[in-house]
Design a protein around this ligand. Structure first.
Ligand code: VGL
Ligand code: ZN
Length: 198
């Protein structure tokens, strides 16, 4: 059970058209079905004075993140396109942290990786949480087996008490079972599971 308070922040990961809409460039099966649960968490956080931060995958048209440029993914979340916009049903009530803006690779909301050297640099997420005195991070969004997993693992590694809302995440499941394995990896690292809807 998450106890929402001023020292807790909900991090909503990449609930953007390309992931959440069935017609999106990297559509996650059932991606849009999590939105009511995500919105319930946004509302619960708001009532309790907890923070809400939204991450936004924000790629340039050419990036080694994409298969056409040597990476693994179909083109998705290109800056200033429909696919990169937040899903229209998502309740917005907080700051946005963009990632991948300069063509960097990586999945976590906390870091991006230089596509050449692979060395990580921080996004604004960590400083945003720390300047508000956040101690607990609650993660929801897309996708369980990539950006949700890496964001939750980074949160726990950075010393935040960390929860994942299992009814407010969905997996890409490129290989069957990836989502389940990601939840297991999070659990092993000390991430606790909770429900957005109860
Ligand atoms: C993501 C693959 C590529 C995600 C982002 O948000 O989980 N997955 N870019
Ligand atoms: Zn991406």
């Amino acid at each position: 059970m998450v106890r929402w308070d001023e020292r807790t922040a909900l991090v909503v990961v990449d609930v953007q058209n390309d992931f959440a809409d069935p017609g999106g460039g990297l559509s996650v099966t059932g991606g849009d079905s999590i939105i009511p649960a995500v919105n319930a968490a946004v509302a619960a956080a708001g009532v309790a004075g907890a923070g809400v931060v939204y991450t936004q995958d924000w790629h340039p048209p050419d990036t080694p993140h994409f298969a056409k440029d040597g990476g693994v993914w179909p083109v998705h979340c290109v800056q200033d396109t429909w696919g990169a916009e937040f899903h229209p049903d998502l309740c917005m009530a907080g700051d946005v942290v963009r990632k991948g803006t300069g063509g960097e690779d990586g999945y976590s909301g906390f870091t991006v990786r230089d596509p050449a050297g692979g060395s990580p640099t921080d996004t604004l997420l960590d400083s945003l949480l720390r300047e508000r005195g956040i101690e607990t991070v609650v993660v929801a969004g897309l996708a369980t087996d990539y950006c949700v997993r890496d964001t939750a693992l980074d949160a726990v590694a950075r010393g935040f008490a960390t929860f994942v809302l299992i009814d407010a995440v969905r997996a890409v499941d490129l290989h069957p079972g990836d989502g389940v394995r990601a939840l297991e990896a999070m659990r092993r690292a000390g991430v606790r599971s909770a429900l957005a809807l109860s």
